[in-house]
Design a protein around this ligand. Structure first.
Ligand code: NAG
Length: 522
C-alpha cells in the first residue's frame, strides 16, 4: 500500500515537472536549425512536450514532439542570394549593414507570423504552453507568443553576448570595450574605433526607434486577434519586448571575451554537440585512418556554397593542397576536375565525427560560432576565412587567443592560405593553445545541456523568475546616465551665477550712484 502511494507520488511528481514548451526557431539556415534541434533534443530528454516552429523539419519522430512546418520561409529570405561569395569578394554586399539587417528581418518576421500554420496555432484557444523559447535575430516581435499563451518568455541568443541582446534583459554594455558583433576590430579599441562603436549604438537605436510604427503594426496584426479570442487585451509591444525572463546564450568564455553579464544570461555554448559522436561513414573512415601525416578538413559551412567561389581561387587552392604531405577533406557540392590525389571531396560531411578523428590536424572554416565551439570541443586548430556576421569578430578572438590564423577572402587568398597552412602545421604552438582552451571549454560545473534544461524549468517553476531581473532594465536611460541630475546641477549653477552677478551689479550701481551724488554735493 505504502509502496503504491509512493509510486503514485513519483508519477505525479514526474507529470508535474513535464512542461509544454513552444520553441520558435524560424530562421531558414542550417546553423540556426542545429541550434533549434539542440533545444528539442535536450527538452525531450528532460521529459517535456515540445512544439517546434521550424523551416527545416527534423527527420525524427517522437511522441512528445510536434513540428510546425514553415519551410515556405525560404522564399522570404533566400540564403543563396543573401550570402553570395562573389558579392563578398567584390565588396558589393550589405549584410554587414545593421540597418539592412533590421529592415530585412522585420519584413521576414512579418511573413513568418502571417504563415497559416503559425496563425492556426495561435488562434486555437485550446493550445497552452508553460514557456516560449524564441531565437533572437534582429527582431523582438516573436515575444508576442508569450503574450498569447500568458507564459514566461525565454530568449535564445546565437552569438557571443552583444549589446543588442543584452539591452533586452539588462542594459547596453559600454561600447568603449564591448564592440558590436558585426565589427571587425581587435580590443583594446583605439580612439577612432571607440568613437565608431558609440556612434553605432546611437545610430542603431535611432533606426530601431524609426521602425517602431512598422513593428507595432506587425505585432498587432499578428497577435491581437488571438489574444482577443482568449478574452484579453494585447499588452503594448514595448513592455513585452523587455519582459524576457531569461536569455540562454550559445556562448562560452573559451570562444568569447570576459564581459559582465546579468544573472538571467546563462551561457550554454556547446549544448548543440551530442555526447555520442556517430562513427564516420566507411569511405571517410578509410581516408582519415590512412592519412599518415594527418588530414586537413576544409568546410565553409552551410550558408555559403563553395561552388560560388570563383574558379581561379578554386584552382589556386587545389594547387596549394597538391603540394602538401597531408590529406585534405574538402566539403564541396560538386566534384572538381584535375583534383590532386590527396584531396577528397565530400558533398556532405559529418563535421563532429571528422573533427573527433585523431588524425585531424587543421580545420579551415568561415569561423561561425558553431564551428569555433566545435573546434574547442574537439581541440583542433583553425584557419578562419571570415565572410559575414560575427565571423570576423570570432576569428579575431581566435587569433588573439593563439589557436588559429585568419586569411581574408580577397585576391591574395591563395598565397595567404599557403603561408597559414604551413605555419599551423609546422609550429606546434597552435595545437598546444587549442588544447589549453579546449580544457577551459570542458571544465564546467555542469554540462551545457543540463544547464539549458535546468534554467528552463527554473523559469517555469518560479513563474517567470522575476527575482533574476536586472534593475538596470527598469530605469530609463536618461536616469542611468544621470542626465536629470546634470540638468538640475546646471540650473543651480546657472541661477547661482546669475544671482551673484545681479548682486555684484547692484553693489556696483549703488556705489556709482553714491559717488555721483557725493560729487553733486561737492
Ligand atoms: C511579463 O512576464 C511575467 C512573467 O512571465 C508575466 O507574469 C507578465 O504578465 C508579463 N508582462 C507583460 C506585460 O507581458
Amino acid at each position: 500500500m505504502r509502496l503504491a502511494s509512493f509510486s503514485t507520488f513519483l508519477i505525479i511528481n514526474e507529470l508535474c515537472s513535464a512542461y509544454k514548451i513552444l520553441l520558435v526557431f524560424p530562421v531558414p539556415g542550417r546553423s540556426h536549425a542545429i541550434l533549434g534541434e539542440g533545444y528539442v533534443r535536450h527538452l525531450l530528454n528532460d521529459g517535456h512536450e515540445v512544439t517546434y516552429i521550424t523551416p527545416i523539419m527534423m527527420k525524427m519522430e517522437h511522441p512528445r514532439l510536434r513540428q510546425i512546418d514553415i519551410s515556405s520561409d525560404f522564399k522570404l529570405m533566400p540564403p543563396d542570394e543573401l550570402f553570395d561569395t562573389k558579392n563578398i569578394l567584390m565588396n558589393t554586399w550589405n549584410v554587414k549593414n545593421i540597418e539592412f539587417m533590421l529592415f530585412v528581418t522585420t519584413e521576414f518576421v512579418n511573413g513568418t507570423l502571417g504563415h497559416p500554420n503559425v496563425q492556426r496555432l495561435i488562434n486555437d484557444t485550446s493550445e497552452q504552453f508553460d514557456a516560449v523559447i524564441v531565437e533572437w535575430l534582429y527582431s523582438e516581435l516573436y515575444a508576442g507568443f508569450a503574450s498569447v499563451f500568458e507564459c514566461p518568455l525565454i530568449w535564445s541568443s546565437s552569438l557571443d553576448p552583444h549589446w543588442l541582446v543584452l539591452d533586452l534583459i539588462d542594459e547596453v554594455p559600454n561600447p568603449a570595450y564591448n564592440p558590436q558583433h558585426l565589427a571587425d576590430v581587435v580590443t583594446p579599441l583605439d580612439f577612432w574605433n571607440r568613437a565608431q562603436e558609440l556612434w553605432h549604438v546611437i545610430h542603431t537605436k535611432y533606426f530601431k526607434w524609426r521602425l517602431r510604427h512598422r513593428e507595432n503594426r506587425i505585432y498587432n496584426n499578428a497577435f491581437a486577434s488571438s489574444v482577443a479570442l482568449r478574452g484579453r487585451d494585447l499588452p503594448p509591444f514595448n513592455e513585452v519586448r523587455y519582459n524576457g525572463s531569461l536569455m540562454l546564450g550559445n556562448s562560452h568564455l573559451s570562444a568569447g571575451t570576459s564581459i559582465s553579464l546579468p544573472p538571467n544570461y546563462i551561457p550554454i555554448g556547446g549544448y548543440h554537440i551530442t555526447d555520442n559522436i556517430d562513427p564516420l561513414p566507411s569511405n571517410l573512415q578509410q581516408v582519415a585512418d590512412n592519412a599518415r601525416n594527418g588530414f586537413i578538413y576544409f568546410s565553409m559551412g552551410s550558408m555559403l556554397k563553395s561552388s560560388r567561389i570563383p574558379d581561379i581561387i578554386k584552382k589556386g587552392l587545389l594547387d596549394v593542397f597538391s603540394k602538401l604531405k597531408q590529406t585534405v577533406i574538402w566539403k564541396f557540392e560538386e566534384d572538381l576536375l584535375d583534383r590532386p590525389k590527396n584531396v577528397h571531396i565530400v558533398s556532405w560531411a559529418p563535421q563532429w565525427s571528422i573533427l573527433a578523428h585523431p588524425n585531424c590536424k587543421l580545420f579551415i572554416t568561415h569561423g561561425g560560432l558553431l564551428s569555433i565551439l566545435e573546434t574547442l570541443h574537439f581541440g583542433v586548430p583553425i584557419i578562419g576565412v571570415p565572410m559575414f556576421g560575427d565571423q570576423h569578430m570570432n576569428i579575431n578572438r581566435v587569433v588573439e587567443k593563439g589557436f588559429g590564423m585568419r586569411v581574408d577572402l580577397n585576391d591574395d587568398v591563395v598565397v595567404n592560405m599557403e603561408i597559414a597552412i604551413k605555419e599551423i602545421l609546422d609550429n606546434p604552438r597552435y595545437t598546444q593553445k587549442v588544447k589549453e582552451y579546449s580544457f577551459v571549454y570542458h571544465d564546467r560545473a555542469t554540462s551545457p545541456g543540463k544547464e539549458l534544461t535546468h534554467w528552463v524549468s527554473h523559469v517555469i517553476r518560479t513563474k517567470g523568475a522575476l527575482h533574476l531581473r536586472s534593475q538596470a532594465n527598469m530605469l530609463p536611460w536618461y536616469q542611468k546616465l544621470y542626465l536629470d541630475l546634470a540638468i538640475v546641477m546646471f540650473l543651480i549653477f546657472y541661477l547661482s551665477v546669475k544671482i551673484v552677478f545681479k548682486i555684484f551689479r547692484g553693489i556696483l550701481l549703488m556705489s556709482i550712484k553714491c559717488a555721483a551724488s557725493k560729487q553733486k554735493v561737492n
